[in-house]
Design a protein. Structure first.
Length: 194
């Protein structure tokens, strides 16, 4: 049974930070694959700067096409909005349970607010969490420290953000080095974030 790490995000756009973390997870943990789950709309984010779902999915597809262990996923596109992780996990379980064991990938900043997630107890009871380091304020709750289902993965700290990329691209800065080449070409061709 393959162990799949689910890396949720709007990927608006996907950048080298996302790629480095996903690749590190799949090469230096017991995960067999990482699926980039492109989120149509987060309950915590407004939609005004979000590109259409299919464009963000296409950029993830472009970024991952040469990596056999990294896959794009649009599984959330057909689920009711706003989308909660627990619902996606249940849906994936019903669709693929015989072939895959699903796990969550998240940054340490998300783990600090994990107790606010919908049904976080059910998530933790049924799924493993793979956490990568992030520089952020706040503390991880005691209940999540040394938890048998929470694995701290010593991935490189990537302080690159999609917000930074969008903002500076609009200002005419050269942000090409922060994006996989294929993503840069797609973004440039489509004239996104200008």
């Amino acid at each position: 049974m393959k162990k799949i790490g689910l890396y949720f995000g709007t990927f608006n756009p996907i950048h080298i930070g996302h790629m480095v973390i996903a690749n590190h997870m799949v090469e230096f943990s017991d995960l067999d694959e990482v699926w980039f789950v492109v989120t149509p709309q987060s309950p915590f984010k407004t939609k005004k700067t979000l590109l259409d779902n299919h464009h963000r999915y296409q950029m993830v597809f472009e970024a991952t096409k040469d990596f056999t262990k990294l896959k794009p996923s649009k599984i959330e596109f057909d689920l009711p909005q706003p989308n909660y992780t627990i619902n996606t996990l249940v849906h994936l379980e019903e669709t693929y349970s015989a072939d895959f064991k699903f796990c969550l990938i998240m940054g340490a900043d998300n783990l600090k607010s994990f107790h606010k997630w919908k049904n976080y107890e059910a998530i933790l009871a049924n799924y493993e969490l793979y956490v990568y380091p992030r520089i952020s304020d706040g503390a991880i709750e005691d209940q999540f420290k040394n938890h048998p289902k929470i694995h701290q993965v010593n991935a490189p700290i990537m302080e690159v953000s999609s917000t930074f990329i969008r903002k500076n691209h609009a200002l005419g800065k050269n942000i090409r080095a922060l994006l996989p080449d294929t993503v840069w070409h797609y973004m440039d061709e489509m004239n996104f974030y200008r």
